[in-house]
Design a protein around this ligand. Structure first.
Ligand code: CP
Length: 307
C-alpha cells in the first residue's frame, strides 16, 4: 500500500510496487481520458530549490492532467527561504496548503528532513548528488516499454558517474533484478562512488569500469548517457577538462548492437550529438514523455486514489 508514504530513494519501493506503478502508468498512456478528473480537489506543491525543466514541469503537467491543482516555486529566492526561513518551517507551512509535495534541493538528505516534519507525502525530486527516484521510475518505465523486462540486461552507464544522482538511483534499482550486468564508462575523475561498487561486490553482481565507450558498445542492451554535472564542480577548470570526454555520435552508434537503446535523463549538453536523435535506438525523448505518465501513476498511488 503506497497511500501516504514518502518516496525519498528508489529502494523505498519494492520491485512489486515498481511493477504496480509502471502498470498504472501504461494504463494511463493507453486511456488518458479515464484519469483526467481523478485528482480533482487535490493540490500538489512543487518546491524547487534548484533549477529544473523536466522534473518540475512533468510533475505539474501530471497533476493537471489528473484534474488536480498545483502551487509552488521554481526559485527559492522568490520564497521566504531568502529571508532565512528553515526547510522545516517551510515544509510545515506548505503542508497546511497542499496534499502532496515534490521537492528538489541541492543538499543531500533535505527531502528526508522534510519527510520527518510533515504528515503528507514527500517526493524527492532530486537531492544534490544523492538520489532522484522519479527519474528512476521514468528510466524503468522506458526500459520496460522498450525491452519488456528488467532482468538479463547489460547496462552501460556513461559520463559523470560520480555526481550523477540519476546513475546512483538507477544502479540501485536495477541491481535488484537477476542477471543484470553493469559497465561503468567514465574518466577516472568521475568514477562511480565506492559505496555502489562495494554493494555490487557484496551481492556478487558483475560489473566493470572502462574509460572508453567504443570497446563496450557492442555488448550493451542499454546505454545510459549522462552529462558532466557542472554545478557540482568546485572549480571551472576541472569541469572544462572533463565536459566533452564522451560524445555519442553516428559513427559510435555504428558500433552498437541494433537492439541497444540509448536513454538519458536530460538535459544534454554535448554528450549526445543531435544527429543521433533520429536513430530508432534513441529513446530519450520518449523517456521524457514516460516521465510524466509515471509521475501521474505515482501521485495517484501516494494519494491513495483508486482507479
Ligand atoms: N532529468 C531531470 O531531472 O531534468 P531536470 O533537471 O530538467 O528536471
Amino acid at each position: 500500500m503506497l497511500k501516504g508514504r514518502h518516496l525519498l530513494e528508489p529502494m523505498d519501493l519494492t520491485t512489486k510496487e515498481i511493477d504496480e506503478i509502471c502498470l498504472l502508468a501504461e494504463k494511463i498512456i493507453d486511456n488518458p481520458k479515464k484519469y483526467r478528473n481523478v485528482c480533482q480537489g487535490q493540490i500538489l506543491a512543487t518546491l524547487f530549490f534548484e533549477p529544473s525543466t523536466r522534473t518540475r514541469l512533468s510533475f505539474e503537467a501530471a497533476m493537471l492532467r489528473l484534474g488536480g491543482s498545483v502551487i509552488g516555486f521554481s526559485d527559492s529566492s522568490s520564497s521566504s527561504v531568502s529571508k532565512g526561513e528553515s526547510i522545516v518551517d517551510t515544509i510545515k507551512v506548505i503542508s497546511c496548503y497542499a496534499d502532496i509535495i515534490a521537492m528538489r534541493h541541492p543538499k543531500e538528505g533535505a527531502p528526508k528532513i522534510a519527510a520527518m516534519n510533515t504528515n503528507i507525502p514527500i517526493i524527492n525530486a532530486g537531492d544534490g548528488g544523492h538520489h532522484h527516484p522519479t527519474q528512476t521510475l521514468t528510466d524503468l518505465l522506458t526500459i520496460k516499454r522498450a525491452k519488456k523486462r528488467f532482468d538479463n540486461l547489460t547496462i552501460g552507464l556513461c559520463g559523470d558517474l560520480k555526481f550523477g544522482r540519476t546513475v546512483h538511483s538507477l544502479v540501485k534499482a536495477m541491481l535488484r533484478y537477476p542477471n543484470n550486468k553493469f559497465i561503468f564508462i567514465s574518466p577516472k575523475e568521475l568514477e562511480i562512488p565506492d559505496y555502489i561498487k562495494d554493494e555490487l561486490k557484496e551481492k556478487r553482481i558483475e560489473f566493470m569500469e572502462v574509460t572508453k565507450m567504443e570497446e563496450v558498445l557492442p555488448k550493451l542492451d542499454i546505454l545510459y548517457m549522462t552529462r558532466v554535472q557542472k554545478e557540482r564542480f568546485f572549480n571551472e577548470e576541472d569541469y572544462i577538462k572533463l565536459k566533452d570526454t564522451f560524445i555519442l555520435d553516428k559513427e559510435k552508434m555504428k558500433l552498437a548492437n541494433k537492439n541497444m537503446i540509448v536513454i538519458h535523463p536530460l538535459p544534454r549538453v554535448n554528450e549526445i550529438h543531435p544527429e543521433v536523435d533520429n536513430d530508432k535506438r534513441a529513446y530519450y525523448f520518449e523517456q521524457v514523455k514516460n516521465g510524466m505518465y509515471v509521475r501521474m501513476a505515482l501521485i495517484m498511488k501516494l494519494l491513495g486514489i483508486e482507479e
